[in-house]
Ligand binder design. Structure first.
Ligand SMILES: NC(=O)C1=CN([C@@H]2O[C@H](COP(=O)(O)OP(=O)(O)OC[C@H]3O[C@@H](n4cnc5c(N)ncnc54)[C@H](O)[C@@H]3O)[C@@H](O)[C@H]2O)[C@@H](O)CC1
Ligand SMILES: Nc1ncnc2c1ncn2[C@@H]1O[C@H](COP(=O)(O)OP(=O)(O)O)[C@@H](O)[C@H]1O
Ligand SMILES: [K+]
Length: 521
């Protein structure tokens, strides 16, 4: 059984799951009642009656509106001053019945949205996963009016106007301060395009039996949300008391040039934070004197260099197969072609980022990757993705793009963004639950490369070749999650503007310590 926090559904999958519950005998009205009770309790816990006495509830024609009306009734009975506004006169039957009872109770049924202007909190129950066309006309005007007001808005299931799957705005959409996703996470909650509208997201569980989820999503759902538990699985195992540095992973990091020296340093420090036993940083001799005590392997001046001062070719004397994992790319510059070709040809687990990807894009990338006998992990941002996987940007969301790219290249694809997605060639897709725009800063990605490389080396070391693919995948899940959580922790202390790469690095270890402590029984 997969924990509910890990499951992510489309509108169609939610409809099928809901249909199974109803077919099995759960009355529609009883389910609505149950869900609305849980929403009401959440609201009461987060918006105290003494501070938020007046609540405006905006109800639509379907069951999202039905939920909202039950919530309105319950808030009224718990002492709140509730006002309801329903912009459409026609309701589904169950919603209609709740509307009549609301009026019977004497709850204010407003003729226009203006009556809700001075409410302390608004509840948005206009549309949920049943939204089927763009919001237009008078309702669109109401939505835009709500967005101009300053009180908090809690959206039921999804901000009304957001497409459940793509997270795109259909016409216009509510800008929520909180979204209470009902039953199971909807795919739209993980789309970069939806983030400015979702506010903080919360799952309101209503005890859907696992058998019904499994019947629709399968025993191992193909799309998963990375939870702390999943992320912990990818962390290195506790060390044996008698271990030594070569037993806990050796990462070769090929990075940096005279022009872009910072990238190599940040990747190196990211690797160091991963706890890996050894990092060999293959950098041009000019970068050899690394600050911060990072061991580097500065290649001597006889090694050919590119015009940017990157290593043009790794020395033949270097045995690339002796490292557990190779990570290549940050700050290399585009001329380090031969260097990238050599690491691709090495039969070792490989992570390619930045210029490693840009150079790969100039080769015949897919055959080059498919010929590899060891697994590959690619970490493009959207620009690098476009260069590398021309034509695969077409699917409507980054998850499908990453899945298509992983299938096509037979590499694990970490498509970076506000909510990074991770796709495995066998089709599995993982979504990042939360992060922070504080990470939108040059250098964050270099740190991630080092972190992923270091985690991967610790998972790969000592394992059979057949386990390396899983090692890379687990490292990707852990590293992406850890990076995002460290970003959030750093932003909480230093503000979004204060998370420069070194500040982010300083939060990696404390974040890990906290998470490991949380994992204790
Ligand atoms: N999935 C579940 O198990 C549960 C779902 N519930 C609620 O039910 C909701 C889904 O209910 P519905 O399927 O009734 O759908 P919605 O309430 O989301 O909306 C559908 C209604 O809106 C109309 N509509 C759609 N787009 C419109 C537009 N652009 N302009 C004007 N009218 C438009 C449709 O004609 C229909 O009447 C969920 O989001 C959730 O809030 C809960 O009541 C209980 C549990
Ligand atoms: N708005 C955002 N919210 C959360 N994370 C972000 C956002 N923008 C960028 N990031 C993260 O920051 C990192 C940026 O990486 P990248 O673009 O490679 O930068 P660089 O190469 O300068 O280090 C990625 O991990 C990405 O997921
Ligand atoms: K809604």
């Amino acid at each position: 059984m997969v924990p509910i926090q890990q499951c992510v559904v489309t509108a169609e999958q939610m409809r099928q799951i809901e249909g199974r519950l109803f077919a099995a005998g759960m009355p529609v009205a009883a389910l609505m009642e149950k869900v609305a009770q849980r929403i009401t309790t959440w609201l009461e816990d987060h918006f105290d009656l003494r501070i938020y006495p007046r609540i405006g509830v905006v109800a639509g024609p379907g069951h999202n509106g039905g939920d909202a009306l039950v919530v309105a009734r319950e808030l009224h009975s718990r002492g709140y001053d509730v006002r309801v506004y329903a912009p459409l006169a026609k309701f589904k039957d169950l919603t209609q019945a709740h509307a009549e009872y609301i009026k019977h109770l004497g709850i204010l049924w407003a003729e226009s949205l203006a009556a809700l202007a001075d409410c302390d909190l608004l509840v948005d129950g206009l549309f949920g996963f049943g939204l089927e066309r763009p919001i237009e006309g008078a309702i669109a005007t109401d939505v835009e009016q709500i967005n101009q007001w300053s009180q908090p808005v809690v959206s039921i299931d999804l901000p009304s106007g957001l497409h459940t799957d793509s997270g795109n705005v259909l016409g216009t959409a509510i800008r929520a301060s909180h979204t209470l996703c009902l039953g199971l996470w909807k795919r739209g909650c993980f789309q970069d395009s939806a983030l400015p509208l979702l506010g903080r997201v919360h799952l309101i569980d209503f005890d859907i039996p696992w058998s019904d989820i499994e019947a629709v999503l399968g025993q191992r759902p193909q799309v998963g949300r990375i939870t702390a538990a999943i992320a912990r699985e990818g962390l290195p195992l506790p060390r044996l008391a008698n271990t030594h540095k070569y037993r806990v992973g050796h990462l070769l990091l090929v990075a940096g040039s005279q022009t872009y020296s910072g990238a190599a340093l940040l990747a190196g420090l990211g690797a160091r934070a991963s706890g890996v036993g050894m990092v060999t940083l293959a950098v041009p001799a000019s970068l050899k004197a690394s600050p911060d005590g990072l061991p580097t392997r500065g290649l001597d001046d006889s090694v050919p260099r590119t015009p940017d001062g990157a290593i043009a070719q790794l020395p033949d004397s270097m045995d690339l197969e002796s490292y557990d994992v190779i990570a290549c790319g940050p700050g290399l510059s585009l001329a380090a072609n031969a260097c990238v070709q050599r690491v691709i040809a090495t039969p070792s687990p490989l992570l390619l980022d930045a210029d490693g990807l840009n150079i790969l894009a100039t080769l015949t990338p897919i055959p080059a990757l498919k010929q590899r006998s060891a697994p590959t992990l690619l970490t493009p941002h959207p620009g690098e993705f476009k260069r590398l996987f021309k034509g695969l940007e077409a699917p409507d969301w980054p998850g499908s793009q990453a899945q298509a790219a992983a299938h096509y290249s037979q590499a694990i694809v970490v498509l970076k963004g506000a909510r990074t997605v991770i796709a495995h060639p066998r089709g599995h897709l993982w979504l990042t639950p939360d992060s922070t725009p504080a990470l939108a800063r040059g250098g964050s990605g270099d740190i991630l490369t080092g972190l992923l490389g270091g985690l991967a080396a610790q998972k790969v070391v000592g394992g059979a070749a057949a386990s390396h693919d899983l090692a890379l995948m687990n490292a990707a899940l852990s590293g992406v999650w850890w990076h995002a959580q460290a970003g959030r922790a750093a932003a909480a202390v230093h503000s979004e503007l204060g998370v420069d790469p070194l500040t982010l690095l300083h939060h990696l270890t404390p974040t890990l310590v906290r998470e490991m402590a949380d994992a204790q029984p």
